[in-house]
Design a protein around this ligand. Structure first.
Ligand SMILES: [Mg+2]
Length: 278
């Protein structure tokens, strides 16, 4: 295990109370094929046994927090619904914090729409619209893309739910790569001249929001993930302790780290190494 302590991280891992995990390539291979990593199951079990709180902070936006929790718990984990933050939930919190009850046009496969409604936002397909939020949507139509563009042109801020250009997954019945929200948003940006705000890891605000909403302090919280540009960069910028687990490098999604430091506090080849540190 490599340790790379930074100033301000003085609490030992065993004293940390809140453990937030990334999903894809960290605790399961991929949410659409959620084969769990045994070391992730073992670490989560050990943390729960020790009375710690475990949660999820993921850039997945096409599934709701509730759907993600159900899939992960079917795979053998024991996450509580309130501790699971999808990218849609993070984007909903971002909008709510700026405009409670805002009227939102949401492009999504359904997950983000559920998260926006759960947050008390007014999801609508009709003008006027206060915010346009865009997630990956394999069923996106020209009509909805055009409506989103029109609403942004009329002044609605544009929110990108997470920031992936493409995803591995099933499309039209076969394994493929399909375009992500970042690329859909690029079309709207190009048509309107408006820049989107990307709400997803590594945006530090969503790490802070997730930790605080669960009633913990940043100092007692840990972020565990496979991706230096999202999990580590954002967690570190939010002053959380970060653990990088080395998984299949070909499955690390491409994110813009926005110039943030991507150096983890701890790097492991297996989450079993974390258990030995508790
Ligand atoms: Mg990941």
């Amino acid at each position: 295990m490599d340790n790379n302590p930074k100033a301000g991280v003085t609490m030992k891992l065993r004293d940390k109370q809140l453990w937030l995990f990334d999903v894809d390539n960290t605790i399961v291979e991929q949410i659409e094929h959620p084969t769990p990593f045994q070391d992730a199951l073992d670490l989560c079990d050990e943390l729960v046994r020790r009375g710690k709180t475990i949660g999820i902070l993921t850039n997945i936006g096409r599934l709701s927090s509730r759907q993600i929790q159900r899939i992960l718990n079917s795979a053998g984990f024991k996450f509580e619904a309130v501790n699971v933050f999808s990218a849609g939930a993070a984007a909903a919190a971002y909008v709510h914090n700026r405009y409670p009850g805002a009227r939102c046009f949401v492009i999504s496969e359904g997950g983000a729409i559920e998260d926006f409604i759960a947050r008390g936002l007014d999801v609508t397909n009709n003008p006027p619209v206060d915010f346009v939020a865009v997630g990956a949507d394999r069923g996106l139509t020209y009509e909805r893309l055009n409506f989103a563009t029109k609403m942004v042109r009329d002044g609605a801020p544009l929110v990108c739910i997470s920031g992936s250009r493409d995803y591995p997954g099933t499309y039209l019945g076969k394994e493929d790569t399909f375009i992500g929200e970042r690329s859909i948003v690029a079309a709207i940006e190009d048509a309107t001249g408006t820049k989107a705000v990307i709400v997803g890891k590594p945006l530090p605000e969503i790490f802070v929001e997730s930790v605080r909403s669960l009633g913990f302090s940043i100092a007692e919280s840990v972020m565990v993930g496979d991706n230096p540009a999202s999990d580590v960069a954002g967690g570190r910028a939010a002053s959380m302790t970060t653990i990088l687990v080395r998984r299949d490098p070909s499955l690390i999604l491409s994110y813009d780290s926005r110039g943030l430091d991507q150096t983890p506090d701890v790097t492991v080849n297996s989450l079993d190494e974390v258990i030995s540190k508790l």
